[in-house]
Design a protein around this ligand. Structure first.
Ligand code: PBG
Ligand code: ZN
Length: 324
C-alpha cells in the first residue's frame, strides 16, 4: 500500500469527494451556549472581556433565549451574578435571585430549550473562592451541602440540568441525594468532572466578578499536568450519579477528552472556555486569522477528539455557519 498505488490525494480532489469521506460532522445539536444573568431590570450590558457576550437581567434574557432556540441550539448554560456577596455566597440559593428568575423567564418563552445552570459559589462569595473558607482553607463537606442547596433552588425554578463547577470531593453524590429528597429525581447532573486550574478562565472571571481575592484555585481544581487523575475524578462522578461528564478547558486538554470518551459510556462534554474563545476573537480582530474558519476548525477538533457536547461562546456563530 505505498506510492504510486496508494494516492491519498484522490479522495481530496473536490468538495463533494471530501464531504463523502469526512469522518467528523459538527452539528448544531452538539452545542450549549453560555448566558450570563444579573440582578435588575432592563439590563443588557456588554461584557468587556468577552466579545459578543452580555449580562442580561432576567426580564430581558428571554429575547436572547429565543434567538438561541431559533438557531436550533438545544441548550443554554446559565451563570448568575448576585446583588450582594457574603462569606458563604448565600444568594446562590435565594429563590428570588437572578438565576431562578432567568430560568423561569427562559422556560416560559422557550419551553423546549434546555436550561443548564452552573452551580458554584465563586460569583456569590465575597472572597471569590468556590467554597466556604475557614482559616485560609476551602472546607470541602460544608461546601457540598451549600452547592446541593443551590442545585435544588435551580431545579425548583425549572432547570433541566445542574452543573457543579466547584471541584469539591463528593459533591455529585451530595447533590444527587438532596435533589432526590426534594422529588427532583428527574433533574440531570452535568459534572465539571475534570476541571483544571487553568489560566484560560481569565476573561470569564472578569465577566462573573469571581476571581479569588486571595490565593488561587489549585487546592481544588486539577493540576494541568495530570491525566490519570482526570479518569479517577470521572469514575467517582459516575459512581456518585453524574449523568454527563465534562472536561474543561478544551483545547489544551483534547487528550483528556479522547481518554474520557474511550473510558466512559456517558455523554462527554467539553468546555471551550473564555480564554480560548478570546484567543480567536482577539487574533482575528488583529487581522491575523479568519474567525469563522478557525472557529469551525476548533469546534471540529473537539468533536473529533470525542466530545458529544460542546459548550462554547461561539455556538451562535457556528450554528449560523452550519445552517448556510
Ligand atoms: C466557576 C466557573 C468558572 C468557569 C465556569 N465556571 C471559572 C473558574 O473556575 O474560575 C470558567 C468559564 C470560562 O472561562 O469560560 N467555578
Ligand atoms: Zn467557582
Amino acid at each position: 500500500m505505498t506510492f504510486p498505488i496508494t494516492r491519498l490525494r484522490r479522495l481530496r480532489t473536490t468538495a463533494t469527494m471530501r464531504r463523502l469521506v469526512r469522518e467528523t460532522a459538527l452539528s448544531v445539536d452538539d452545542f450549549v451556549y453560555p448566558l450570563f444573568t444579573c440582578p435588575g431590570t432592563n439590563v443588557k450590558e456588554p461584557i468587556g472581556s468577552m466579545s459578543g457576550c452580555f449580562h442580561f437581567s432576567p426580564d430581558v434574557i428571554a429575547d436572547e433565549a429565543r434567538e438561541v432556540a431559533g438557531l436550533g441550539i438545544p441548550a443554554v448554560l446559565l451563570f448568575g451574578l448576585p446583588s450582594n456577596k457574603d462569606a458563604t455566597g448565600s444568594e446562590a440559593w435565594d429563590d428570588g435571585g437572578a438565576v431562578p428568575l432567568a430560568i423561569k423567564a427562559i422556560k416560559e418563552a422557550c419551553p423546549e430549550l434546555l436550561v443548564i445552570t452552573d452551580a458554584c459559589l465563586c460569583a456569590y462569595t465575597d472572597h471569590g473562592h468556590c467554597g466556604v473558607v475557614k482559616d485560609g482553607k476551602i472546607v470541602n463537606d460544608e461546601t457540598c451541602d451549600l452547592l446541593a442547596k443551590m442545585a435544588v433552588c435551580h431545579a425548583k425554578a425549572g432547570a433541566d440540568i445542574v452543573a457543579p463547577s466547584d471541584m469539591m470531593d463528593g459533591r455529585i453524590g451530595v447533590m444527587r441525594d438532596l435533589l432526590d429528597e426534594n422529588e427532583l429525581e428527574g433533574v440531570a447532573i452535568m459534572s465539571y468532572s475534570a476541571k483544571y486550574a487553568s489560566a484560560y478562565y481569565g476573561p470569564f472571571r472578569e465577566a462573573a466578578h469571581s476571581a479569588p481575592s486571595e490565593g488561587d484555585r489549585k487546592s481544588y481544581q486539577m493540576d494541568p499536568a495530570n491525566s490519570d487523575e482526570a479518569m479517577l475524578e470521572m469514575e467517582l462522578d459516575v459512581e456518585e450519579g453524574a449523568d454527563i461528564l465534562m472536561v474543561k478547558p478544551g483545547l489544551a486538554y483534547l487528550d483528556i477528552v479522547q481518554r474520557a470518551k474511550q473510558s466512559f459510556n456517558l455523554p462527554i462534554a467539553v468546555y471551550n472556555v473564555s480564554g480560548e474563545y478570546m484567543m480567536l476573537q482577539a487574533t482575528a480582530d488583529a487581522g491575523l486569522i479568519d474567525l469563522e474558519q478557525t472557529t469551525m476548525e476548533t469546534l471540529t477538533a473537539f468533536k473529533r477528539a470525542g466530545a458529544d457536547i460542546i459548550i462554547t461562546y461561539s455556538a451562535k456563530l457556528a450554528a449560523k455557519l452550519l445552517a448556510k
